[in-house]
Design a protein around this ligand. Structure first.
Ligand code: FES
Length: 209
């Protein structure tokens, strides 16, 4: 069911573009964000908003892997398995997450909380291995930092808490970490401690050279 509020936001998005059809992708993003996935009603709502046929919108939805017509977990974890991440150990990270979450890639946990996916290149090759959690990037991921993130995801309670309190921190190296907004969380402290130790080790190594 696409509510009036979403309809208004769709019209607002369309108004920003010289051609209504150019707003198709952001409109689909909005619908997916609101519904968790793109339903037939969502496709019709977007088609009406941009003046296209539902078939045209559906063809775009099925073309891009960033859209889904299937319900997924509240927390979608995507691990890049393309070449740069493969060479930097993404298989270990993915296998570790499968074991930790008790699901195989492509599956959703029975409580509807986690979906684990293998993804094609996430365009973060310079910081491989990379993964995304609900669209947020985590880079230079190890089995240990992936574990810490899962600890945090479990303790955070629900997706709303995650999206509002959880931000990636840019330290110039794209280290997988979370923001100090929730620094009281032990998992966050663990990530930050590991990050600090790693940075110190790198600095010491640089000085020794
Ligand atoms: S290969 Fe993994 S982000 Fe590009």
């Amino acid at each position: 069911m696409i509510g009036e509020e979403v309809q208004v936001r769709l019209r607002e998005i369309v108004s920003r573009y010289p051609s209504a059809r150019s707003a198709m992708l952001p409109c689909l993003h909005l619908v997916q964000e609101e519904q968790g996935y793109i339903t037939p009603e969502g496709i019709i709502a977007v088609a009406e908003a941009i003046g296209a046929k539902p078939d045209e919108v559906e063809s775009v939805v099925t073309f891009y892997s960033m859209y889904t017509e299937e319900p997924k977990g509240r927390c979608v974890i995507k691990v890049c398995t393309s070449i740069a991440c493969y060479l930097r150990g993404c298989d270990d990270v993915l296998a570790h997450l499968e074991q930790r979450l008790g699901i195989r890639k492509g599956e959703t946990s029975s409580d509807g909380r986690f979906t684990l996916e293998a993804a094609e290149c996430l365009a973060a090759c310079g910081m491989a291995p990379a993964m995304q959690v609900n669209g947020r990037f985590f880079e230079n991921v190890t089995t240990e930092s992936a574990d810490t993130l899962v600890d945090y995801l479990v303790s955070a309670g629900d997706t709303a808490a995650l999206t509002s309190a959880w931000q990636p921190v840019s330290d110039g190296r794209g280290m997988a970490t979370v923001s100090r907004l929730d620094a009281a969380n032990p998992a966050v402290e663990a990530v930050e401690a590991a990050d600090t130790a790693d940075t110190t080790a790198q600095q010491n190594g640089a000085h020794e050279r």
